[in-house]
Write a protein that binds this ligand. Sequence first.
Ligand SMILES: Nc1ncnc2c1ncn2[C@@H]1O[C@H](COP(=O)(O)OP(=O)(O)OP(=O)(O)O)[C@@H](O)[C@H]1O
Length: 261
Amino acid sequence: MKALRLHEVSAGYGGKPVVHNVSTTVDEGGWFAIVGPNGAGKSTLLKAIAGLVPHAGTIEVHGRAARSLSRRERAREVGYAPQKPALPEGLTVTDYTLLGRTPHLGPLARESAADLSTVDDSLARLDLAALSGRRLGTLSGGEAQRAVLARVLAQQTRLLLLDEPTTGLDVGHAQTLLERLDRLRREDGTTVVSTLHDLTFAAQYADTLLLLDNGEVAAEGRPEDVLTSERLRRHYAAETEVLLTSGGHPVVVPLRAAPEA
Ligand SMILES: Nc1ncnc2c1ncn2[C@@H]1O[C@H](COP(=O)(O)OP(=O)(O)OP(=O)(O)O)[C@@H](O)[C@H]1O
């Protein structure tokens, strides 16, 4: 089964689409990265899939029309981590992560021992156990980013929508985070759909890239097929050289202009 199926999806704000006619499918257990220049519509497309922005066309999540899902049903199917989350500063990391269990709580809205154990597991997976009692307002940017992911992991959905999950992380923390997500994907069969600005990271982790420009699909396919210096010039106005790692993954190197004589 496909985790996600989009057919001629348009989405935008105030009735004005900024994403136009996107059709694609995402395999269950795959990692699908949406890339493209600033303002291309990447976040808007993710928000449309998460049900936060209205859309035209069809979005199916695990074979069910997204429009037909109640909020609670959707929250059990789809976990969404925004690029700029509004964090309640006074909540502890544990209490915030526990919010991820909300769609699973029974009528009395009391969390069970199993819910608490899921929270502990999510915190451990993101290396946050030592910070579990800290208030969100006291965390560094990278720690707060991990807390947001812990809440989404605690939601235990089969599909994760992650908007720039490595924003504000240094190369080591970004790599560790992407490795953790990759492990989750391999161990639990979770599907990851993420936007990623770092094309070299995107090429390392995603099996498919969707290149959006001006709200339209400019290219889609394997990273080594999508990332060409010609496309990066056309869609990003960037001069680059695309190298290959020994493992065959593209590496995008920005080139400095030749100094004027
Ligand atoms: N809430 C909003 N109301 C009106 N326009 C918006 C809103 N959010 C985004 N837009 C506009 O929609 C377009 C696409 O924005 P979006 O955030 O989806 O792009 P993006 O590809 O994620 O960009 P970036 O790489 O800069 O994060 C932009 O022109 C942006 O100004």
